[in-house]
Design a protein around this ligand. Sequence first.
Ligand SMILES: Nc1ncnc2c1ncn2[C@@H]1O[C@H](COP(=O)(O)OP(=O)(O)OP(=O)(O)O)[C@@H](O)[C@H]1O
Length: 255
Amino acid sequence: MLLEARSVTKAFGSFKAVDAASVTLEQGDVLGLIGPNGAGKSTFFNCLTGDLQTTSGKVLFQGQDITDATPEARADLGLVRSFQVPQTFEGMTVLENVMIGAFLRTSHRSEAETKARAVLQRVGLSKLADAPARSLGTPGRKRLEIARALATEPKVLLLDEAMAGLTQREVQLAIDLVRDIHRSGVTLVIVEHIMEVIMSLATRVVVFHQGKEIARGSPREVTTNPAVIEAYLGKRAAKAAAGHTPIELMGGPAT
Ligand SMILES: Nc1ncnc2c1ncn2[C@@H]1O[C@H](COP(=O)(O)OP(=O)(O)OP(=O)(O)O)[C@@H](O)[C@H]1O
């Protein structure tokens, strides 16, 4: 097992944003974390990445207890995240931004540059290598964020709404990119509101509602699960919607 969360709870005061969530991730998985707004996805995700300290429970990476490890220590082990709002160094070039990721594995500038250029090639940003990062639009920034994470050579890449704010066409291109990353051997955890992304990429899905897991299974299983539909729509609306295609109701493509 690559990554395991054992009964992770995160409380803010007396409020449990995540309540005893357990998840396992095997090599080659694409795990989707979904749920309505405020369900606790980001909080749980941040407990996996080390950006938040868990209140109780454990996080293990390749059997090693990393519950108290910093994000940097986790990245060193191969557990790396992207941010929903890209953390771009505006004054640097696109290439330099990616080199920051590459410096995790090498202290040699030329080696970091070679690696960063290869990653830029992979994500389709080569032509913009020498452009200032501030000149990129939303799709470019999202790609740059992924590129910097890839340059660290992750075993597990955690993507936090990597496709938010993209047009339909851009989402398709981003799905292709993530699929390519997965094929190259990187295991993925994806928090995403766009159901099309989950349906296209996830091999398994865990659904959160009010801090707790309410369903798990294949994308199709969870999106046809009555408890999931109710969590998204509320009881009355879920009843009224019975008979419609659930995925369509949840903002995904009509099937
Ligand atoms: N730092 C914080 N302090 C207090 N409450 C918080 C904090 N962070 C999150 N919460 C609360 O915890 C709950 C879960 O939030 P979280 O952001 O994890 O949900 P989410 O499923 O990621 O939602 P969204 O899809 O809207 O991003 C929400 O009620 C939120 O208001």
